[in-house]
Design a protein around this ligand. Structure first.
Ligand code: PMP
Ligand code: GLN
Length: 397
């Protein structure tokens, strides 16, 4: 079995108290394990092919045309306009480009938002399992993440206890942090759920911070941005990024959309984190955002096909498979094929099957709630998914 990774890290003597307990991210650990063992990497969420040629060429052209110095602080006017137009085109949300801030990925948008809008002692309410940067960002801001767990129900969909959610709201609650489509469960929050969350925000004067990086990966139905719900535009910080939509996860161009006073606060924090973001990539992302519907529809249908391709292999391998409604990922319960917990299972998987996956338990506040759940990424070439699927089926099927 591979060496025990350091993500469940012990106390680090030189690390600030706010970051104690946050070791190396699970994604870095598992990608390193894949490289070391030469296994197929279905762990970290990134595609193994480049995004659309027009978008790549636009970045090359921007580099050659001298877009190599600091761009404007809020982002280029062209990209902010393209982001605003994207909100209008896909969701009918009239958006002023002055209400858009370009960031270094959604990660920076999330962290800058927490640093800018939370006071020490504030609470941010989110849905477990949470994407790993949430807890760290909230903690860096001196605030505290409170979570309600998404649990699989009999129909295989993940849902949450509404009363518990409401009961966690108190005078300390500053914001709800909502990721839809949701990593790692693949859940797309329903209209009823979104309305409940929005009602709670309005009634308790809370901000809603949304992470919509998988907005173009909804396999049934359409993505519903929470900012579009009644009275929510003024209290929502809408966050997304280009990484997933254009298969350029290494470019790290993201954005936040919010009313001007909130956005100014977020920009104040962003200025001192990175100042500005990726000059030559901004025109390229603007090119991507105005691509035709064929591009966006094609992306969704390709990923739907990949979800089904890997999902069938996972079923045949004997896992309990939770069919994702969106995202890059399929969650499975490993209990039918293994007595190990997810961490033990994922550490032994390269040796047993030549495949790397991610143990979902590390995304839970109470790890026991996700101890038998493992996440597989399906944004890989079909031949890679087939090879990984064959290996899993030969090992466990
Ligand atoms: N939120 C979620 C839910 C993610 O899965 C990711 C990874 N793409 C991010 C945020 C970070 O996005 P970015 O790479 O644009 O910083
Ligand atoms: N969002 C990607 C995932 O969930 C990974 C991003 C990262 O490595 N930080 O796998």
């Amino acid at each position: 079995m591979a060496d025990l990774p350091t993500f469940a890290s012990n106390r680090q003597p030189h690390l600030n108290a706010r970051l104690q307990g946050f070791g190396t991210t699970i994604f870095a650990e598992m990608s390193a394990l894949a490289a070391k063992t030469n296994a197929i990497n279905l762990g970290q969420g990134f595609p193994d092919t480049d995004g659309p040629q027009e978008v790549i060429e636009a970045a090359v052209a921007a580099l050659r045309a001298g877009h190599n110095q600091y761009p404007p602080g809020p982002g280029t006017a062209e990209l902010r306009q393209a982001i605003a137009d994207h909100q209008a085109r896909f969701y009918g949300l009239a958006t002023d480009p002055d209400h858009v801030l370009v960031t270094t990925g959604a990660t920076e948008a999330l962290t800058a938002t927490m640093l800018a809008l939370c006071e020490t002692g504030d609470e941010v309410l989110a849905f477990d399992p949470t994407y790993d940067s949430y807890n760290a960002a909230v903690s860096m801001a001196g605030a505290r993440l409170r979570t309600v767990t998404l649990k699989p129900s009999d129909d295989g969909r993940f849902s949450f206890d509404h009363d518990l959610f409401v009961s966690l709201i108190s005078a300390k609650t500053r914001a709800v942090l909502l990721n839809t489509p949701h990593n790692p469960t693949g859940k797309v929050f329903t209209s009823d759920e979104l309305n409940l969350i929005a009602d709670c925000c309005r009634q308790n004067d809370l901000l809603l911070i949304t992470d919509e990086v998988y907005e173009h990966m909804v396999f049934d139905g359409v993505h519903q941005p929470p900012a579009g719900l009644d009275g929510m535009a003024e209290r929502t910080i809408t966050i997304s990024s280009a990484g997933k939509t254009f298969s350029v996860t290494g470019w790290k161009i993201g954005w936040a959309i919010a009313r001007p006073d909130l956005l100014t606060a977020i920009r104040t924090a962003k200025q001192f984190l990175t100042f500005v973001s990726g000059a030559p990539f901004q025109p390229a992302v603007a090119t991507g955002l105005v691509l035709g519907d064929d591009y966006f529809d094609g992306l969704t249908s390709q990923l739907r096909h990949k979800r089904d391709l890997l999902g069938d292999y996972l079923e045949r391998s004997g896992f309990d498979v939770y069919q994702p409604e969106g995202t890059y990922f399929t969650m499975v319960d490993i209990s039918p094929v293994s007595d190990l917990d997810g961490i033990g299972f994922c550490l032994s998987l390269p040796e047993r099957a030549g495949v790397v996956a991610v143990p979902a338990q590390v995304f839970y506040e109470d790890q026991s709630e996700g101890s038998s759940l493992v996440r597989f990424c399906f944004t890989k070439r079909d031949e890679v998914l087939i090879e990984a699927g064959e290996r899993l089926q030969a090992t466990f099927g």
